[in-house]
Design a binder for this molecule. Structure first.
Ligand code: CA2
Length: 149
């Protein structure tokens, strides 16, 4: 039996984590978030690939790459959540479980953040729990993948 792979994709400006707006996004850095995901995945016995891009097209290409490679996908699309029909369409072509994660509670913020195109393509959505949201998404996907075996 091969170890299932979970891809974790992060959208624009998340490379700035820990450097700006700590009151909204916390003080942890993207590298620390990657370490948390790697340690969580190791404990769950799943593989993880963690990536960040500021480019919409690159995120879409990574979604295409997930087909046939990944057993599940976690995505924090950042501001593309609220704008990108193209990223939503790419995610809708996948037949693996998808969890959308936001560090902040987008429903308690500006009106323009309260709608996500990506939620149309996600099996689950976690928001407002900071880094813990990624850990919980990995646990949920690992449970789903185990049930599917
Ligand atoms: O809460 C989230 O995770 C968001 O996806 C973050 C996005 C925002 O556009 C979404 O509405 C909600 C913004 C990511 C920008 O990240 C920064 C991190 C540190 C400093 C500045 C921006």
């Amino acid at each position: 039996m091969t170890t299932p792979l979970i891809m974790v994709l992060n959208g624009p400006n998340l490379n700035l984590l820990g450097q700006r707006e700590p009151e909204i996004y916390g003080t942890g850095t993207l590298d620390e978030l990657e370490t948390l995901c790697a340690e969580t995945a190791e404990g769950l016995g799943v593989g993880v690939e963690f990536r960040q891009s500021n480019l919409e097209g690159e995120l879409i290409s990574w979604v295409h790459e997930a087909r046939g490679r990944a057993g599940g996908l976690i995505i924090n699309p950042a501001a593309y959540s609220h704008t990108s029909i193209a990223l939503m369409d790419a995610l809708l072509t996948l037949d693996i479980p998808i969890i959308e994660v936001h560090l902040s509670n987008i429903h308690r913020r500006e009106a323009f953040r309260q709608h996500s195109y990506i939620s149309n393509a996600a099996d689950g959505v976690i928001c407002g729990l900071g880094f813990a949201g990624y850990r919980l998404a990995l646990i949920a996907l690992s449970d789903i993948l185990e049930e599917d075996q």
